[in-house]
Design a protein around this ligand. Sequence first.
Ligand code: SF4
Length: 239
Amino acid sequence: MVRLAAQASTVGELEAMVSMCRACERLVRWREDVATTKRRSFADQPYWGRPIAGWGDERPTVVIAGLAPAAHGGNRTGRIFTGDRSGDWLFAALYRAGLAVQPTSEHAGDGQRLIGARMIAAVRCAPPANAPTPAERDTCSAWFSRELAMVLPSAKAIVCLGKFGFDQILKALVGMGFVLPQPRPKFGHAVEVVMAGTEQYDAVTVLGCFHPSQQNTFTGRLTEPMLDAVLSRAAELGR
Ligand code: SF4
């Protein structure tokens, strides 16, 4: 997988390669089963049912890193964070922060566009119960790391939605030659980790952010002002 991902020389090539991937047997079965069975409320819609590519600006100053597409969200619409409740929260906040042209993201042809930002997922296929196995996470990290390496030359801030994305970003950055500050940074909302530059890359700031899942937004663990604060900070770093 690492060798395959390394063959992509542009973000477009990488997207095309990712969309054909069938490396994780369990996830391929699940994403395709969901796309065939469908949720009743979407029964009249075609489902994407394939891996989700990164989406947004190809030279972003702000990168948004999530876990994986939702079964009836990105796995249905074909666009990351599009068509589910988490995405509703996230896109509204991106719009308020000046990082998206409209406050909603409902389907791939809705005119939504990110401004100086790009979304990537640590795992590209929808996993059962939103929980990829460690082996699936590690297999997909080849795509994740390759895309990160492509966008890092322009990136100033990386917003990690949830601990999973935070840990995967730090791991990928270390794999690219960055040195972790000590003591090892712990995930938390609005945590900022400045990763000093390397010979190849400039410094980049990693920001922790609670995931805008219903589990967090319904319980008040994540509020709109909290999400706005992190995305505004990322936008400020990106300027
Ligand atoms: S999760 Fe990643 S590595 Fe696994 S099948 Fe999907 S795209 Fe391929």
